[in-house]
Design a protein around this ligand. Sequence first.
Ligand code: FES
Ligand code: FES
Length: 173
Amino acid sequence: MKRLDKSSRHTVSFTLNGKAVREEAEPRMLLTDFLRHRIGATGTHVGCEHGVCGACTVTVDGNLARACLTLAVQVDGCDIRTVEGLAISNDRLGVLQAAFRRNHALQCGFCTAGILMSLDSYLRQNPTPTEHDIRDLLSGHLCRCTGYTPIVKAALEAAEELAGIKNSEKADV
Ligand code: FES
Ligand code: FES
C-alpha cells in the first residue's frame, strides 16, 4: 500500500468539547481514527465503520454526524462535541449519563456513547419526548446486548430531569 508522506498532511484546527485543538491529519483519515488515535479521545466508539450502527455519533457544529463517514479534514474550523463533553466534571456524570447508570441501560457500552450523543442533541430540541419519539430516535442505533427497554426508560427519566432543571432555572431569573 502506498504510504502518504508527511507533506500530504493537513493541519486541522477545531474545538473539541469547548477546547481548541490543532492536529495533523492525512487527507483520507476518518474522524473516528483522528479523535481516537491522534487526539486520544477514545470515548467515541467504532462499530460498523459504514454508517449503520451509530456507535461513532458525535456532533459537528450542533448537527449529529457519523464520525466513521466524516473525514478529519472536513471538521477544520468546526465545533465538535463527543461523549467526553457530556460529563459535568471529571468525577461527575451528566444527567443523561447518570440516568443510564441508574437504569442499567448499558452492558458492554459499545453503543452507549453514540446513543448518548443522539439523545443529548434530540432532547435539546425536543425536551418533552414521548416513548415513541425515543424509540424512533433509537432506530438509528444498534445495541447488541442491553436491549432497548432500559435505554428508553433512562432517556425518558433524563428528559424529565432536564426539563425540571430548565424550569427551575427560568423561575430563578
Ligand atoms: S461505526 Fe459509524 S455508524 Fe457504525
Ligand atoms: S450495551 Fe453493548 S452494544 Fe449496547
